[in-house]
Design a protein around this ligand. Sequence first.
Ligand code: NDP
Ligand code: 13P
Length: 332
Amino acid sequence: MEFRTAGVIGAGAWGTALAQVCVRAGLDTTLQAREQQLVETMRATRANDLYLPGVPLADELKFTADLADLGVCDVILAVPPAQHMRATLTAFAPHYRAGVPVVLCSKGVERGTMKLMTEVLAETLPDAPAAVLSGPSFAGEVSRGLPTAVTLACADQALGEALLNTLSAPGFRPYLATDLVGAEAGGALKNVLAIACGISEGRQLGRSAHAALITRGFAEMTRLAVAMGGQAETVAGLCGLGDLVLTCSSPQSRNMSLGLALGQGQTVEQALAGKRSVAEGYESAPAVRELAARLGVEIPISEGVAALLAGEIDVDGLIDGLLSRPLKAERV
Ligand SMILES: NC(=O)C1=CN([C@@H]2O[C@H](COP(=O)(O)OP(=O)(O)OC[C@H]3O[C@@H](n4cnc5c(N)ncnc54)[C@H](OP(=O)(O)O)[C@@H]3O)[C@@H](O)[C@H]2O)C=CC1
Ligand SMILES: O=C(CO)COP(=O)(O)O
């Protein structure tokens, strides 16, 4: 299996950073943006100042607004926000060539259906071999070539190895896994948990609270992933614990920043006002909550964040609710 050309769907910060990685990996790469205007600007300025400002884009990178142009590519990286994955893949379906692998790079659970991105892919492009790329990776750092390691999950070992070799690049190191559900669950949950850590920071609750949130957050991430059919071992890797640590530790994270603003007293509306970029924890929280309820899994931190975002409780209610839970043995 050899891949020479890559098509990246979605020219947000992460799609643009991954397109840079593909070029660095030696792939002939086309980045698709929905707006022709953004395509023209990226062609003219060799930059994506809308979503990834200050990063010079590789000379070799091509741009298009037309999904049909990706129909010839050997591998597709799908990077729209999770809530737009279904519509995006449906629009791409007429141009998709059977057998071409689709690497899902978005982190979230679909609202309403509670489906993971692999399930959305199976329903929109049923012939597509799936892989999931997820892990601690800020777009700004990756696009500048700073060292990054991620999980690349693929059920088909041979395809996974081929993708691993294809997508590895100087400074970008994917590790192979076979558990797609675990990889997806980790990526989706860490965003919700990062909002909780941001709230803790915004309220200046201290480093001890921060460490407790990461640790107990990891326990609920593991419980939910296992209930969904994933493996605890996967969640202990880059796509789970690794991404949780990153996202909960830096205001570079849009999810943690949302939490910071809430902890400092802003309303959800104020914290999100004027933002073009996506905070997937906000988007996925209701689906994560519903999914956990359906599976009978306790996720008190994520549940509290979902209730706060839905306007059911305030920040004090979230903190009090977590601290007044019955004492119990420490276990996952
Ligand atoms: N940024 C990061 O560091 C990382 C992000 N991710 C994940 O990548 C995914 C994409 O995030 P990111 O690239 O950061 O996004 P950004 O916040 O940078 O950009 C938002 C993106 O959403 C697109 N969009 C908005 N509305 C729609 C729509 N109706 N249909 C399709 N696309 C739409 C925008 O396209 P348009 O301009 O055409 O509206 C734009 O590409 C998320 O799931 C995120 O969790 C994963 C790892 C790292
Ligand atoms: O997924 C990410 C890092 O791995 C990016 O996090 P944010 O979406 O919170 O910015």
